[in-house]
Design a protein around this ligand. Structure first.
Ligand SMILES: [Zn+2]
Length: 553
């Protein structure tokens, strides 16, 4: 970078600055040089560096260390081109809002409407559908057949682990009675009901499943993803389960997009551990190559493994007494006995491992695998992370802590699916212990939280609100002993997430020498009524000292 392309030295003043740096937690001015934090303190302290360029646009606002999202997906940008059919009203990447779908009838109508404007035979793909809220019968091919018999329909569920297709699509792919693929659902008569569980089954509907993949790989989608993140005040976001190390074209377009000064977020791309054990060394090599091309806004410090499904889809693998309803489709997505072999090359290469474990059985498999790897190859600073860790037990947390592991809780579940977990999936006892931030804090297990966007909308004000209040969608407290303070929640949303990404020396707090990345808020999460934290308006962000307002600002 030449000297002239660096932003000029600048001081921003604010109502208050929350740094997430425990030795200097607040200030009212921040001085920035070369895009980095030069000083946080009073205006006079900042001026002592000889900077006269004082920008007062944030005088009435609250600046915080930029929010870090340690588990999200570029796929979040897909809602720009794939219709959203979820339960909750939701903001799209361009800042507009789409109303939620409250019944299967409404879904049928929305798809019928799309069908009217789609040539016969052409695929209809919609996303974000969340069947667990519907009191009516489970979505099946019949509901979708009522929308159209002339198009293959693919309804991608919010969990990302399930899809429902119509009879036209079943016929198109020859999925009939007795189809042997695991994950194909059948009705009482033994005929496929349209449900496809987990990627191997969803991939049977190859054109439609691939269409989602194509949208995700479009350069546009990355830009819409980045906009969604900026709108939510996120300054570093992850794409967990990417394939950049194997896809030269997507790597090139991602490098181009992220090196544009107007790109509003830092991206952490985490390659998916998938395929066969023999492929893993080549994966490591691909990631090392990508690392050599990384820039300030694109990083490759970790990999992602997925070990089971979702709790609300009954595909997470959980211990005795299993699911409260008896429904149990628990599915290991990789053979548990091979987990150590899959992970060894990454561990030995010094790459952090984030493993999706929704169920308690799965958390145990991952924790045991890390214990084995650490015996083989000690690495004191590994920070391997159990991501979701929703049903992790007290004993598992202690063992994870002893091994130097970390947890990334899916605390948004308390609000979005807490009622369903108490009444349907895991029952009244375990539901209270889900995403146990309070216990983790008490025993000293390092943790952060995530939204898993697009599974839930991006934004850490909502995760903080969930962790502090633990209120379900029906307004009840779930797990009062797992609530944490605003201060603890703020650290989980910033510096502790950066730690899990091996990036806390660069981002996550406003400390001298780190990137000047900030979230700009209209109110102070520490000062408002804790029940209002999620409603605080996001003005936008500051990335490397450069302001990035949202479109509605
Ligand atoms: Zn995810």
């Amino acid at each position: 970078m030449t000297q002239s392309s660096l932003p000029a030295d600048i001081i921003y003043t604010a109502r208050i600055i929350r740094t997430a740096n425990p030795s200097r937690p607040t200030g009212t001015a921040i001085a920035i040089r070369d895009g980095k934090v030069l000083c946080v303190g009073t205006l006079d302290e900042c001026r002592s560096w000889g900077i006269s360029n004082v920008d007062t646009r944030f005088e009435d606002k609250v600046l915080t260390a930029g929010f870090v999202e340690a588990h999200s997906h570029v796929m979040t940008g897909m809602y720009h081109s794939i219709p959203y059919v979820g339960w909750f009203r939701r903001q799209m990447p361009d800042g507009t809002w789409v109303d939620g779908i409250k019944s299967t009838d409404e879904l049928t109508h929305r798809i019928a409407h799309i069908a009217e404007n789609t040539p016969p035979g052409e695929s209809i793909v919609v996303s974000g559908f969340d069947p667990i809220y519907l009191k009516t019968e489970r979505l099946s091919r019949h509901h979708l057949d009522a929308a159209t018999t002339l198009h293959p329909v693919f309804v991608f569920h919010a969990s990302g682990h399930l899809a429902t297709i119509n009879s036209f699509a079943l016929a198109k792919y020859d999925i009939g009675p007795g189809h042997p693929a695991p994950g194909v659902g059948f009705d009482d008569e033994g005929f496929p009901n349209g449900e496809l569980r987990e990627p191997a089954a969803m991939a049977l509907a190859s054109d439609e499943f691939r269409a989602i993949g194509r949208v995700i790989a479009q350069p546009d989608t990355l830009v819409h993803f980045a906009s969604s993140m900026r709108n939510a005040g996120i300054t570093t976001a992850t794409d967990l389960g990417a394939h950049l190390h194997q896809n030269e074209r997507v790597l090139t377009t991602t490098l181009e997009a992220t090196s544009n000064p107007s790109f509003p977020v830092r991206i952490v791309s985490a390659s998916r551990v998938i395929g066969s054990v023999q492929d893993m060394p080549a994966s490591v090599e691909g990631i090392h190559k990508a690392q050599q091309q990384s820039n300030d806004k694109l990083h490759f410090p970790i990999v992602k493994m997925v070990l089971d499904g979702s709790i609300q889809g009954f595909t997470a693998v959980i211990d005795w007494p299993a699911y409260h309803t008896g429904e149990d489709h628990g599915l290991f997505l990789l053979p548990p006995e091979q987990v150590v072999d899959f992970l060894r090359p990454f561990h030995e290469a010094g790459l952090g491992i984030h493993c999706h474990c929704n169920g308690s059985t799965t958390s145990q498999v991952f924790i045991d695998a890390i214990e084995q790897l650490l015996k083989e190859t000690p690495w004191l600073n590994h920070r391997h992370t159990i991501t979701h860790a929703q049903l992790i037990t007290q004993a598992q947390m202690k063992k994870a802590r002893n091994l130097g592991m970390s947890a990334n809780f899916f605390v948004n579940h308390v609000f979005y699916w807490g009622d369903q977990h108490r009444e349907i999936t895991v029952g009244p006892d375990r539901a209270h212990s889900m995403n146990p931030c309070g216990s983790a804090e008490r025993m000293g297990l390092q943790f952060s939280f995530h939204t898993d966007a697009p599974v839930t909308p991006p934004g850490h004000l909502h995760t903080m609100w969930c962790a502090v209040n633990r209120i379900t969608a029906s307004d009840q407290i779930l797990g009062e002993h797992e609530r944490i303070s605003v201060d603890r929640a703020f650290h989980a949303a910033t510096i502790d997430a950066a730690y899990q990404l091996h990036m806390d020396h660069m981002i996550g707090s406003l400390e001298v020498g780190k990137h000047a990345d900030m979230t700009v808020l209209e109110d102070d999460p520490y000062e408002v009524d804790p029940m209002r934290i999620k409603d605080i308006r996001v003005w936008g962000t500051v990335l490397g000292g450069v302001p990035f307002p949202t479109p509605t600002t």
